[in-house]
Design a protein around this ligand. Structure first.
Ligand code: FE2
Length: 389
């Protein structure tokens, strides 16, 4: 019997699930019990004003017993910056929590992680750029995602934007991974359609990129493949605005599995290209990685081994034809149906290409891309993406 290449276990792995997953419709009701299990007495709940207005914060608080003191920090913004994290950390210093709860999208979860770095280890967010710079463990965190996108609920990294120059910093520590991810599809019902679509493209890109990186291994392949399958089933409904609870559940699980895939195999060139663009233009991260993805997939598929991995990924999701064509067509069709930009020609900034390419080549994700990608390659990729040619 000939095994597909993804099942040949040549690449080793060291897999320690750090985050307990609790999934199901209505599992938010279990939040209070989980708080008690962790023995928490003082909680800082980190969220954004929209979720407070939607009633989710009140719902979460009602599940928590009266003997636990809860303070709420509802000042999370869409792209959390170092100053947002400073404000959350100030709140944490005042309240001295023994547990954080992050209720919201990746922004709330990353802000809670950032505040926990500063509360437990002092200093500034820049001090924790990279992996394992904290000397003391972070405060335990329960992540309750209300969007299906970043996968931050299962990751040991916080992505925080430096306020001075909009550079995204990845700050990681094994203890930054949430202790529990509470995955309730009903919570994703209230997100605006545009947020659901953009975060959906982010999750899709996570699945496709993490499936083929240089660090890919049997465990990341397992999560990336299932993430891709679930997202392929659900994202068309999200884009059409017809997602029911089942589709929302598939998206939420797909995004979480993609997060686990990233945790074990990292990301690739679509993410390297997105960060310089979002630092320069007011673009959503998900919109940006989604528009970059077809260009990166075509580029990577020049490598025969990576083309085979795309074949397997596409076949696992029931897509027909060569994997590269099927994946590119899927992303392009979904971008067109969603009304998001398929290219950035309308930004009219083709002159910026050289600068963007130099910045992309410096991104840490570039070195995990399956095919070598240097500054000259990024110039070509950006030219295609920014001019629509
Ligand atoms: Fe992403």
């Amino acid at each position: 019997m000939v095994l597909p290449s993804s099942l040949i276990a040549r690449a080793g792995f060291d897999f320690e699930p750090r985050t307990r997953l609790v999934y199901g419709e209505g599992v938010l009701e279990q939040l209070g019990d989980l708080v008690d299990e962790l023995g928490a007495r003082r909680i800082l709940l980190v969220t954004d004003p929209g979720l407070e207005a939607a009633g989710h914060v009140g719902h979460a608080l009602r599940t928590i017993g009266k003997s636990t003191e809860v303070a709420v920090f509802a000042g999370v913004s869409e792209n959390p910056t170092t100053s947002d994290v400073e404000r959350a950390a100030e709140s944490a210093r005042r309240h001295a929590p023994d547990l954080f709860i992050a209720l919201g999208g990746g922004s709330s979860i990353d802000t809670a992680k950032g505040a926990s770095f500063l509360l437990t280890n002092g200093g500034a967010m820049e001090d924790y750029r990279g992996m394992g710079k904290a000397t003391r463990p972070l405060v335990p965190l329960i992540a309750v995602p209300t969007t299906a996108g970043t996968g931050s609920e299962v990751q040991s990294f916080a992505l925080i934007e430096r306020a001075s120059d909009h550079q995204k910093m990845a700050c990681g520590d094994p203890t930054a991974a949430p202790r529990i991810a509470l995955l309730d599809p009903e919570l994703t019902e209230t997100q605006p359609r545009r947020v659901a679509v953009c975060t959906g493209f982010d999750a899709l890109t996570h699945a496709v990129e993490s499936a083929v990186t240089r660090k890919r291994n049997p465990i990341s392949t397992l999560f990336a493949t299932e993430a891709f399958r679930l997202i392929v089933l659900a994202l068309p409904d999200v884009v059409a605005g017809t997602a029911d609870t089942e589709a929302r559940g598939r998206m939420l699980l797909g995004a979480t599995y993609a997060g686990l895939a990233i945790e074990n195999s990292m990301l690739g060139a679509a993410h390297s290209m997105a960060n310089p663009l979002t630092a320069r233009f007011p673009l959503h991260h998900g919109q940006t990685v989604g528009a970059m993805l077809p260009h990166v997939v075509r580029y990577n598929a020049e490598d025969a081994g990576t083309a085979r991995h795309y074949d397997e990924l596409a076949a696992a999701a029931g897509l027909e034809g060569p994997g590269v064509d099927a994946i590119v067509r899927l992303v392009e069709d979904l971008l067109a149906a969603s009304g998001l930009m398929a290219d950035f020609a309308q930004l009219g900034d083709a002159q910026a290409i050289e600068e963007l390419a130099a910045a992309a080549a410096q991104q840490w994700t570039a070195k995990f891309n399956p095919r070598d990608v240097d500054e000259a390659a990024f110039v070509e990729l950006y030219r295609a993406a920014l001019t629509g040619t």
